[in-house]
Every structure is written in structure tokens, then in C-alpha cells.
Design a protein. Structure first.
Length: 301
């Protein structure tokens, strides 16, 4: 069976918060569908400024932020001079100005999520790309915070299934922002069932034939003629788990078969089922089977 043509959705580097002086910042970055994540670490105690205004949303989770003095401003809200703003969130809707200046007491650590409302995996009926989000400055929301931390945990992952998981988390984050700080455009609920038999058969066959490849959420959705959002919901309804978990489980089942061959090293097996190295493979194998790949191989002897 011929697979679908993959959409050209490889994310380009988005303009991010501008820091001055620039050399005081260290980053780690990841790109998913409609979301760019940056961990930001300030490495100097010298005073600094930052600014941002773009046509996409910015959500910041400040893990550590303590200053002697300074201010933080989001257009549409009063300026804040809060000195200890650790574990606080900042929401900068698209088009709004964000600015700050401070004399740090502790080195700031934060997670910046840049959300493209046209690309993120959210129900198209909600018209997230047209939503006018309300700004938020140094607020708390446990649900948003936990989702941000889950996305942070995917930065640097070598497992392509984690990218699919992060795509879904980005959609969850967008829906929460819309529910909490925007206006839901669609007033009529729409029922969405599972995959039709032909859709389920086609996507399962495709996954089996491409277990070791980097399968994108968009490719699977296009295969069964659904939007990525509706594909995620329909897949889980039909198969009882999201596609990234199903795909990982099938790769581990294939790995079990390969481990029966004593001539193949665990590293070779990891590569054959699409993992970038033994650490990611070993973690996934243990999470799904409850034992290490080495112990599983010994149990076959």
C-alpha cells in the first residue's frame, strides 16, 4: 500500500522573546505541530530587559523568578512589580506587546511556549485561529502548569512517538487556553464517533508497515481523510488509546520478536524498531513490559 504524501509542516524557527543583553540567555528548543518550546535559563545576575510582539500566542511558565526590582508588562493589563514571581504564568495573546526589565536576585528559569493558532491540533469547529484570548500576567493555573511541564519533558526526546504525543499536548494546551481565556466560537456540540472500519484497517496496516519510520500525526490523519484533531479523538475511541501509545506498543511487540535472535544486539534491535538509541528504547520497553530488554531476552532462553 502506498502511504500518503507527507505535508510540509516542518516548523521553522519562530521569532522569540528578545533579551538584552542577548548573551545572558541559554536555550533548549523543540518544535511540534503549531508549538515551539524554549527553556530559558538566565546565566548572569546583571540587569536585563526583554520584549516580544508577534502574530502568535506566547505562554510563559516561570519556574524561578526572584528580582530585587523591576517590572513586567502585558498590553491590556496593569504593570506588575511583583518581586517573587516563581511558579507563575504569563499569557501574551497574538499581537499584544510584552515587555519587562529587572535586576535579578536569583537566576531566572522559565519555559516559553509559542503557539501558532493556525497550526496547533485543536478542533477546527472551535476556530481557535480566530479567537481573541485575554492576556494574563503572573497568574496561577494548575492544569496549564502541568501541561507545560509535560511538554517540557518532551524536549530533546529521540523517540518519534513522543513528538506525536507532544502534538496532542499542544492541542490540549490550546483548548485549555480557549476555554479559560477566550471565547468558544461553536455553540453547537458535535458528536464524533470512532474510525470507520476502512479507516481503522488502513491506519493500522500503515503503522505495521512503517513501525521503524518517523510517522507524523499529519500523515496518519491525511491517510484517513480527517483533521489531526478529529483523527486523534477517533483513533482513541476506536482503539482505546492514543496513536502514539499504540504505535510504541506495536514497536515493542516487534522488538520482542527481534530479541529472540541472540545474534542481534539490543542496540541493533532498538534501531530496527525506530528508536534513536538504547536509552529511549530501554525506557519504552520497560514502561510497556515491566522488565528490561535484557531480562526479557534471558527469559526466552
Amino acid at each position: 500500500m502506498t502511504g500518503p504524501s507527507r505535508p510540509e509542516l516542518v516548523a521553522s524557527e519562530l521569532p522569540t522573546v528578545d533579551f538584552s543583553p542577548a548573551e545572558i540567555v541559554r536555550y533548549r528548543t523543540a518544535h511540534w505541530r503549531g508549538v515551539q518550546a524554549n527553556t530559558v535559563q538566565i546565566i548572569s545576575h546583571e540587569p536585563f530587559e526583554y520584549s516580544f510582539r508577534q502574530e502568535y500566542h506566547l505562554l510563559i511558565a516561570v519556574e524561578q523568578g526572584v528580582r530585587y526590582d523591576g517590572e513586567t508588562f502585558v498590553e491590556g493589563l496593569p504593570t506588575s512589580t511583583m518581586r517573587n514571581y516563581s511558579n507563575k504564568l504569563i499569557l501574551v495573546p497574538a499581537g499584544r506587546k510584552f515587555f519587562g526589565a529587572q535586576n535579578p536576585r536569583l537566576l531566572t528559569r522559565s519555559i516559553c511556549l509559542y503557539i501558532d493558532p493556525r497550526m496547533v491540533v485543536v478542533d477546527p469547529d472551535l476556530r481557535f485561529d480566530e479567537a481573541d484570548l485575554k492576556p494574563g500576567l503572573l497568574f496561577e493555573n494548575e492544569a496549564l502548569w502541568q501541561t507545560v511541564l509535560k511538554l517540557k519533558g518532551q524536549i530533546g526526546s529521540g523517540d518519534p512517538a513522543d513528538r506525536m504525543y507532544a502534538d496532542a499536548l499542544g492541542g490540549l494546551l490550546a483548548h485549555e487556553l480557549l476555554r479559560l481565556y477566550g471565547t468558544i466560537q461553536s455553540s453547537r456540540p458535535t458528536y464524533r464517533g470512532g474510525l470507520a472500519p476502512w479507516q481503522q484497517r488502513r491506519v493500522v496496516e500503515f503503522i505495521e508497515q512503517h513501525l521503524a519510520e518517523d510517522i507524523s500525526l499529519d500523515a496518519l490523519a491525511e491517510l484517513v481523510r480527517l483533521s489531526p484533531y478529529h483523527f486523534l479523538r477517533s483513533f482513541k475511541r476506536s482503539l482505546g488509546e492514543p496513536p502514539h501509545r499504540y504505535w510504541t506498543a506495536r514497536r515493542i511487540e516487534r522488538a520482542k520478536t527481534l530479541l529472540a535472535n541472540p545474534g542481534a544486539s539490543i542496540t541493533e534491535v532498538a534501531f530496527q524498531v525506530g528508536f534513536s538509541g538504547t536509552s529511549a528504547f530501554s525506557a519504552a520497553f520497560r514502561r510497556i513490559t515491566g522488565q528490561t530488554a535484557t531480562n526479557y531476552r534471558r527469559s526466552l532462553e
